[in-house]
Design a protein around this ligand. Structure first.
Ligand SMILES: Cc1cc2nc3c(=O)[nH]c(=O)nc-3n(C[C@H](O)[C@H](O)[C@H](O)COP(=O)(O)OP(=O)(O)OC[C@H]3O[C@@H](n4cnc5c(N)ncnc54)[C@H](O)[C@@H]3O)c2cc1C
Length: 511
């Protein structure tokens, strides 16, 4: 039976808390609860009670949501799935099973140790499977093996019908196939409570990976050089990065304000056989940056992706890898060590998909924002992270089978904005808004100005990086789910399986 935690319980304050300290506590919320659900039966019983009493449920697994879709639920109840660490075994439902409450790091460790398999999923240990996989899932192996949701073969989900009856549905391609597709990437919190993900097949885990971190110093980088660096990075993913022999290469360029001193990228590589013995592809990629780098300018990109940390100077490399310091590590260690993501602070996020390399104007706009004078706040807390994309993530047919339509992009961008003090909220949010609006006014038509709306260069935004600023645009669903049949399809699924809109939040699929 679920364990209901109310205000009288000493755990309430902790369990009600959120990672993002930006969400204010609602003073009118005097009766909300948290239901800790360790099994699908716990969650079904809790849900039945809530529906019967007319109390709104929200769902939490890892608690890493970028927006306040879960915590502030006035006098409602959070169904907390983080204690559900083992899914129900299902005969014939897939050889591998993942529970919503498992953290990605736990999933990696278990799949590796028990089966020598892995999921191509996100890079932070503490992100929850429940939200991550239902929103698509993307990580360092996604160019090699696709998105997490591409591999799902069955999903168990609790839904509530028009009469308030709770049902546990075992969905797959032959049972509630429409709901199954919606669970593969449309985003959490729209259709029901997912209690298990099942996979018939999974890729073998790599044995080892090669890594390199390349850095540039802002004070030695003039505008033209910055443009050239960025276009060298983006140009690779648009051209050479499409070739299958490069799909084992993933890279993330982290840029932040020039007053921080450095920017740079971290890369991970393995060959399709899961080894890092042939480094030709990696060396060729790094070689493109040789002319820009100086040995003293190396930096290390924090695996938590929350900051760019200067490292002590490294002497020029003499091991035959040009001037780059390529390190080999065991894959499991590279994947889980230092990949926490469990801390809290104030934060905001934005995203975009790019189908082409940075244009001259885009690169100059980014340079302008990272070198401009900012009064009143320390601008270093804002990072623009440019992830390589494409490869197996763009495999034909996956857009139609899943609910992720962005299958032509070569880079995925994420603005991460971190700070401590509440009195900086307005200025911080404004800084990110101006940057984003400026960048997406260059190559976007008047009707969609200020957004990366679908055109020959852009492919909208990522639902696992939801940004409530996008709600200001009537076309916000198309930004996340595309202009085609997907959003109307998801609305049909919503009408069919959640006709009373029991599961909703600011950016859920509308009935
Ligand atoms: C530090 C950090 C690093 C990240 N790194 C990556 C990355 O490398 N790649 C990537 O693709 N994304 C990444 N993300 C984004 C992440 O995938 C999303 O925030 C994801 O939705 C988090 O899932 P969660 O279960 O932890 O969050 P939660 O806050 O628990 O849930 C997120 C959403 O999913 C819903 N939900 C949760 N559980 C369920 C369930 N069981 N059934 C139905 N709906 C549910 C919630 O209601 C909410 O709407 C990162 C986020 C953070 C904070």
């Amino acid at each position: 039976m679920s364990n209901f935690v109310d205000r009288a319980d000493p755990r309430y304050g902790t369990l009600k808390g959120s990672r993002n300290l930006r969400w204010p506590r609602d003073p009118q919320d005097t009766a909300s609860e948290i239901a800790l659900c360790a099994t699908a039966q716990d969650a079904a019983a809790a849900l039945e009670r809530l529906v019967h009493e007319g109390v709104r449920p929200t769902i939490r697994s890892g608690g890493h949501c970028y927006e306040d879709f879960v915590v502030n639920n006035r006098n409602g109840c959070i169904l907390d799935m983080s204690v559900m660490k083992a899914p129900e075994p299902r005969a014939g439902k897939g050889s591998y099973a993942v529970a919503p409450g498992q953290m990605l790091g736990e999933v990696y460790e278990e799949l590796y140790k028990r089966y020598n398999k892995t999921l191509p999923a996100g890079s932070c240990y503490a992100v929850g499977a429940g939200g991550h996989i239902s929103g698509g899932g993307y990580g360092l192996l996604s160019r090699l093996h696709g998105l997490t949701c591409d591999w799902i073969s069955a999903v168990d989900i609790l839904t509530v019908d028009g009469k308030g009856k709770v049902a546990l549905r075992h969905t797959d391609k032959s049972h509630d196939a429409d709901l199954f597709r919606a669970c593969r990437g449309a985003g959490g919190g729209s259709f029901g409570v997912i209690t298990g993900f099942y996979f018939d097949e999974l890729p073998d885990a790599p044995q080892e990976v090669a890594e390199a971190h390349v850095g540039f110093e802002w004070d030695k980088t003039d505008e033209d050089t910055f443009v050239e660096i960025l276009q060298t990075f983006g140009g690779y993913w648009e051209t050479r990065g499409q070739d299958p022999d490069t799909w084992g290469l993933f890279s993330i360029m982290n840029m932040s304000h020039a007053s921080g001193g450095h920017f740079g990228f971290g890369s991970q590589f393995c060959n399709p056989n899961g080894r890092a013995d042939d480094l030709k592809v990696f060396e060729e990629f790094l070689g493109r940056f040789e002319k820009f780098t100086r040995a003293e300018a190396k930096i290390r990109v924090n695996a938590d992706r929350q900051m760019v940390q200067p490292q002590p100077a490294t002497p020029p490399n003499t091991d035959g890898h040009g001037s780059f310091d390529i390190q080999k590590r065991q894959w499991l260690e590279a994947t889980i060590s230092g990949s926490g993501g469990g801390g809290s602070g104030r934060a905001s996020y934005k995203s975009s998909y790019m189908k082409k390399n940075f244009s001259d104007q885009e690169a100059r706009c980014i340079y302008r924002h990272f070198t401009r004078k900012v009064e009143g706040i320390d601008p270093r807390g804002m990072v623009l992270a440019v992830d390589s994309y494409g490869g197996a993530a763009n495999k034909r047919g996956t857009a139609e089978e899943t609910s992720i339509c962005q299958r032509d992009s070569v880079m995925k961008l994420q603005w991460e904005n971190y700070w401590r003090d509440a009195d900086q909220d307005a200025a911080r949010l404004q800084l990110a808004k101006e940057f984003y609006a400026d960048l997406y006014s260059i190559h976007v038509d008047a009707a969609h100005k200020g957004t990366p709306y679908h055109n020959e260069r852009y492919q909208g935004c990522y639902i696992n990086y939801p940004d409530s600023d996008m709600l200001a645009y009537s076309f916000w669903p198309q930004l996340y789910w595309g202009e085609g049949e997907l959003y109307p399809f998801l609305q049909d699924v919503k009408r069919r399986y959640d006709p009373n809109n029991v599961f909703h939040h600011a950016m859920s699929v509308r009935v």
